[in-house]
Design a protein around this ligand. Structure first.
Ligand SMILES: *Cc1c(COP(=O)(O)O)cnc(C)c1O
Length: 369
């Protein structure tokens, strides 16, 4: 890859292929794969990623909100799309674009049936979401008789899948809790399937569920963070490759004398003569202010350059006193060397938060095989 000349997020499709193949190697051959491409495919580019995943043979996509799925449909992606958080105001878009809603409450089930009937739909695919312990979205076990009763009165919709979401699949200290969630899911799905008279797909594993709980793979798994290169586990990370590398360049270098300051609110005051490099990205690009004052760093010519003072909207300043560098040189924020997981950990955050925050003004560049 040629050196960056501006701020870029490089997206490496070879890494995506590697991660997809690694994760699916853990599945039985018949287990289906749903790729979670919400939030611009975790801050990368949902269309680019989805098209590659179609090539790799993915069975399903999931997005959080319908507009995210519409972007995929506009790009002529025809794979089924599960919408995890379809607000009733968007039912029209969902049906028009052949997306499939997650239905998680009685109110929503009734509203969606009314909508589907009004639009003369038959067997419109829906996905029933159950709460087994996350306490975020979902029906509970006691809703099963109500659901089957309600479904028996309409031809407008059909249950394509029944699913739940694990709260702590990456945390083996919570193994007992997770096994309890899986047990509840088994009980709920058994009760439902017995009444439905047909067998929807069952799924409850996210990436860490794929890795840590083979007994929770069921008919399909849902992977997000894993395909983007993070396994929430150091051993797993050895097999996965981060798909994104965030780069920028040095715009200017300043010599800062003792007692002088750098940046807003004089966030850094030099105790010795310091070389400060100004880089072309800031909090508006997705680098939170909490990385300021040395909490965060970038890599320039192979060396760590800590952030000096406060993160500005469009720029950060970093300490290059001991780094051989000049204006125009590349600075790497995260990628293979400093991973997004490692950088996120510096402010008690997680890879998910850092990568999904990379703002839309950062140019995406795709590296193809
Ligand atoms: C975001 C999301 C996922 C993906 O989880 P990862 O940990 O990124 O694999 C799976 N299922 C649901 C319901 C989600 O909201």
């Amino acid at each position: 890859m040629p050196k960056a000349k501006e701020t870029l997020l490089e997206i490496d499709l070879n890494a995506l292929d590697n991660n997809y193949k690694y994760l699916t190697s853990k599945l039985k051959p018949e287990t289906k794969v749903l790729a979670v491409v919400k939030a611009f495919a975790y801050g990368s580019d949902s269309v680019v990623i989805a098209k590659e995943l179609v090539e790799l043979g993915v069975d399903y996509f999931a997005v959080a909100y319908p507009h995210e799925g519409e972007t995929l449909r506009d790009a002529k992606i025809e794979t089924p799309i599960l919408v995890l958080h379809p607000l009733p105001t968007n039912f029209g878009m969902i049906v028009n674009r052949c997306m499939e809603p997650s239905i998680y409450s009685r109110k929503m089930l009734e509203e969606f049936i009314a909508f589907a009937e009004e639009k003369n739909q038959t067997n419109y695919p829906i996905h029933l979401k159950f709460n087994t312990g996350l306490n975020r979205l979902g029906f509970v076990a006691d809703d099963v008789p109500y659901i089957t009763e309600t479904l028996s009165k309409t031809q407008s919709i059909k249950v394509k899948s029944v699913f739940s979401h694990l709260a702590a699949s990456e945390d083996l200290k919570e193994k007992e809790f997770t096994l309890k969630q899986i047990e509840r899911f088994n009980e709920i799905s058994d009760a439902l399937v017995a009444k439905l008279g047909y067998k929807p797909l069952l799924h409850c594993a996210n990436t860490s569920g794929i890795i840590n709980y083979p007994e929770a793979h069921f008919d399909m798994v849902r992977t997000g963070i894993g395909i983007y290169g993070f396994g929430n586990d150091p051993e797993e990370n050895k097999h996965l490759k981060p798909i994104g590398t965030l780069k920028t360049i040095i715009s200017q270098i300043h010599k800062v004398e003792i007692g002088e300051s750098v940046g807003y609110n004089r966030g850094f005051i030099a105790e010795k003569t310091t070389l400060s490099a100004t880089l072309a990205l800031g909090h508006a690009d997705g680098i939170p202010r909490s990385y300021g004052k040395g909490k965060g760093w970038v890599t320039i010519n192979g060396k760590k350059a800590p952030i000096l003072g406060n993160v500005c909207m469009d720029m950060i300043m970093v300490d290059v006193t001991n780094i051989d560098c000049e204006e125009g040189d590349e600075a790497i924020i995260f990628g293979a060397t400093t991973t997004a997981e490692e950088l996120a950990a510096a402010i008690n955050s997680i890879s998910y938060e850092l990568i999904t925050a990379i703002s839309q003004r950062v140019k995406r560049v795709v590296l193809r095989k």
